[in-house]
Ligand binder design. Structure first.
Ligand code: F6P
Length: 366
């Protein structure tokens, strides 16, 4: 009798999602008695009034390792416990459709679910597991903020994209004697900013884990200019904040939205520096979703493929309620509960890359 797996991708998209899907399907195809299905738009595909689920075959996933995004779509709104439903008056409410999901999984004969996603998605995995649904998690986020794993796929690609953008800003900053501020993603964790600052040769790197003092940034800027000539490049994570400051963003605008929408901290810093009478021209570039799109780097394709293979093997070995991890040199797993117990933040006093960055003159505004 055929056994069935349902795969979902949840949260923001991330380079490498398709490579994970391909890894699962190709590994499952080695076994002959497994069928893999994709749930469209995270779990919405099985929660909607009209179910949207597709069969994933070796043919469907052929060549997917190089493709960005996710062929089964994703969302960072809602989920089985807070499914958004539009009312006849146009307003929205959220409904708990988790029991409906469980019933539908049983009716379809689904043996296990593989949920590929970040911390929000893995919290859903844990809740589903507590209802008796057999779940395996795969960690995904460009922010690299999930602990238990050395890296999440998508992170290296985001750093590569950010570094290439930064390199371009450096040459124009130099030509114009300007200060450039480049805002990158990184909601709670500054990994993208830290790695980009080192790879790109920034003068200043601002991360959520270190509240910055604008006066310290001013000092570093002034050290770069002589007789009005010089330039300075700053990378700032979207979740960074000044001492006693607030994060910069807008409250969730749609029902079921997972997070505050961050953005604009680069412009805020520009104002803070102008308020300190910085006379040099200051320009801001917000990299935004460019960091999440396009083809994954070779590293991320490899990591994502291995994660997909491991996810299938955990299902086959009935090691449910676990999440795939990478702890060099091993791909293994931990209980999902452990995986989401705390976020993977930079520990400034312990992290060698912070030390290395400071040692070559990169200021963290502290
Ligand atoms: O979690 C990854 C992330 O890239 C965050 O850094 C960012 O704040 C968020 O996604 C933005 O997601 P979206 O614009 O899709 O809501």
């Amino acid at each position: 009798m055929q056994k069935k797996i349902l795969v979902a991708t949840g949260g923001g998209d991330c380079p490498g999602l398709n490579a994970v899907i391909r890894g699962i399907v190709k590994r499952a195809a080695q076994e002959k008695d497994w069928q893999v299905y994709g749930c469209i738009e995270s779990f919405n595909g099985i929660l909607k009034d009209n179910i949207e689920i597709i069969e994933l075959t070796e043919r469907t996933v052929s060549g997917l390792h190089i493709k960005g995004g996710t062929i089964i779509k994703t969302t960072n709104r809602g989920g089985p416990f807070h499914f958004p439903v539009k009312q006849s008056d146009g307003s929205w409410i959220t409904e708990d459709r988790s029991e409906l999901m469980k019933k539908r999984l049983e009716n379809m004969g689904i043996d296990a679910v593989i949920n590929i996603g970040g911390d929000g998605s893995q919290r859903i995995s844990l809740q589903l597991a507590s209802m008796g649904i057999k779940v395996v998690g795969v960690p995904k986020t460009i922010d690299n903020d999930l602990s238990s794993t050395d890296f999440t796929f998508g992170f290296q690609t985001a750093v590569q994209i950010a570094t290439e953008a930064f390199d371009k800003l450096v040459t124009t900053a130099e030509s114009h004697n300007r200060i450039f501020i480049m805002e990158v993603m990184g909601r709670d964790a500054g990994w993208i900013a830290l790695h980009t600052a080192i790879a790109g040769g920034a003068e200043v790197c601002l991360i959520p884990e270190i509240a910055y003092d604008p006066y310290k940034i001013l000092e570093r800027i002034e050290s770069r200019y002589k007789h009005g000539e010089g330039f300075c490049n700053i990378v700032i994570a979207e979740g960074a904040k000044a001492l006693d400051g607030q994060i910069t963003g807008a409250a969730p605008s749609s029902i079921g939205d997972e997070h505050v929408k961050l953005g604009g901290v680069g412009y805020k810093l520009q104002q803070e520096l102008k308020a300190l009478a910085v006379e040099h021209d200051i320009r801001v570039t917000v990299l935004g979703h460019l960091q999440r799109g396009g083809t994954p780097t070779a590293y991320d394709r490899i990591l994502a493929t291995a994660f997909g293979v491991k996810a299938f093997e955990l299902v086959k070995e009935k090691q449910f309620n676990s999440m795939v991890i990478y702890r060099h040199p091993h791909i293994s797993s931990v209980p999902i509960k452990q995986a989401i117990a705390k976020p993977n933040l930079i520990e400034p006093d312990k992290n060698y890359f912070v030390h290395a960055a400071k040692s070559i003159g990169i200021s963290f505004g502290d």
